[in-house]
Design a protein around this ligand. Structure first.
Ligand code: NZQ
Ligand code: ZN
Length: 393
């Protein structure tokens, strides 16, 4: 096992009516003005936004609102938010929504705390962030884990670049999580979210070094739990216990708990998907489902024992008497699970048919013109990504 530091400063407020705590949580931040940031229609339609406004007003908290964040959140909205925050003297951002809204809020926060550079330069690595304005979240979809992660993922419409920025500055001050708020999710978003949660744990699980038994045990239990409850939600979208299990798994899968003792994980599948999200605007979890099998088959031979362990402990596959056979059966079982929850297992099922030129373009963007290798399980160059995208067709 490797040495590690574990940092999870976000206060989680979890359960029925949790959103009623929002006013008091924001008040404790001692801010003078809040940006209430939200997405399209869902939070308005459900009445959640009104309830949050009321909660802020009850505590005499001054706020301005900015909605319209879209999935795969855009840089133009981030600029709009920074301008508004400067004009209004905002010093705290409250995100009401999913990963996209929270990531947009974090990006605005970076922009506010780093006035000397263009916020996009922080995402490309051209400049380094010195801080981030504090952000709090009221979560409406269990998926990205942004409520407790160090990450923010933004799409620049100028060239359709989708880039992540990961720093501890951007960890939310608090995350309000009421599983009931996720009842209104369409099935596709629920299951796409469940896939993303699985993948955050799988990205950390597939490493070459020796791992800690406790970390593996937590990860394996989490993944089994997500699969069990993802299936329940297909039939019972208003099952509180299943929604709660999934919501807490979403947070634990991406607050680094399942990376303790390793180098932090592989993440190639995510970077492969981010290009699909940037170019084709697909739902993130569904995009991951469409490429994971191709990635797994491509890298499996580096350490088939790890895939075999996953197959047995997570997917319930019996030892096939040959480590590679067991490993492969595990990969096939993941794809069967994806199909069961109506997720795609290739690009065609995702509704995307990239040309050879587009595949090359995505591979070059993901590897910064073939100057950066992706992943740790097997280090991948642009040529490898082209093979994986092509196999995923
Ligand atoms: O805009 P509205 O109307 O709210 O609709 C949203 C959106 O269309 C809808 N939705 C959310 N809550 C709802 C609801 N509909 C009905 N009822 C509710 N309660 O769901 C759709 C998707 O929302 P979005 O926020 O995009 O989903 P998700 O949480 O999956 O976030 C995806 C984004 O997060 C990034 C992804 O790349 C993608 O851009 N990620 C962020 C990470 C992070 N910051 O740590 C890590 C992830 O790996 C991921 O990359
Ligand atoms: Zn993800």
């Amino acid at each position: 096992m490797l040495n590690f530091q574990y940092y999870a400063p976000t206060k989680a407020v979890f359960g029925k009516d949790a959103e009623l705590e929002t006013g008091s949580l924001v008040k404790q931040e001692k801010c003078s003005k809040v940006l209430l940031h939200y997405g399209g229609q869902s939070a308005k339609k459900s009445g959640l936004l009104d309830r949050i406004c009321k909660a802020l007003e009850e505590y005499d908290i001054d706020y301005v609102m900015l909605g319209g964040v879209v999935p795969n959140p855009r840089l133009s909205k981030v600029y709009e938010g920074i301008e508004l925050c400067r004009k209004e003297g905002v010093d705290f951002i409250l995100a009401v929504g999913g990963g996209s809204v929270i990531d947009s809020a974090k990006a605005i926060g970076y922009g506010m705390a780093n006035p000397d550079c263009d916020v996009w330069d922080l995402y490309t690595g051209k400049a380094r962030p010195k801080g981030c304005m504090p952000v709090g979240a009221v979560l409406t979809i269990a998926a990205a884990g942004s409520e407790m992660s160090d990450s923010s993922v933004i799409t620049n419409e100028d060239g359709w670049y989708k880039k992540a920025l990961n720093t501890n500055y951007a960890r939310c001050r608090f995350a309000v999580m009421n599983p009931e708020l996720t009842y209104t999710l369409p099935e596709y978003q629920t299951e796409s979210g469940c896939t993303d949660i699985m993948m955050h744990t799988m990205e950390r699980y597939f490493v070459l070094e020796d791992t800690m038994k406790i970390t593996d045990g937590i990860a394996e239990a989490l993944m089994r739990n997500v699969m069990e409850n993802a299936k329940i939600l297909l039939k019972e979208p208003e099952n509180y216990d299943a929604r709660a299990e999934i919501m807490w798994c979403s947070t634990l899968s991406h607050n680094d708990l399942t990376g303790c003792g390793t180098n932090g994980g592989d993440w190639a599948t995510h970077l492969i998907e981010h290009e699909l999200g940037g170019l084709f605007d697909v739902a993130h979890g569904a995009g991951l489902a469409a490429v994971w099998g191709s990635w797994a088959r491509y890298v499996m031979d580096e350490k088939p024992e790890r895939f075999a362990k996953f197959a047995e402990n997570v997917m319930g596959i019996e030892d096939q008497g040959d480590v590679k056979k067991t490993a492969l059966a595990g990969i096939e079982a993941v794809e069967a699970f994806c199909r069961e929850i109506h997720m795609p297992t290739n690009l065609r099922e995702l509704g995307v048919e990239p040309t050879e030129e587009q595949i090359r373009d995505m591979a070059m963007k993901a590897t910064n013109n073939d100057t950066v290798e992706l992943g740790v399980f097997k280090k991948l160059k642009a040529e490898d990504l082209i093979r994986i995208y092509t196999a995923a067709k």
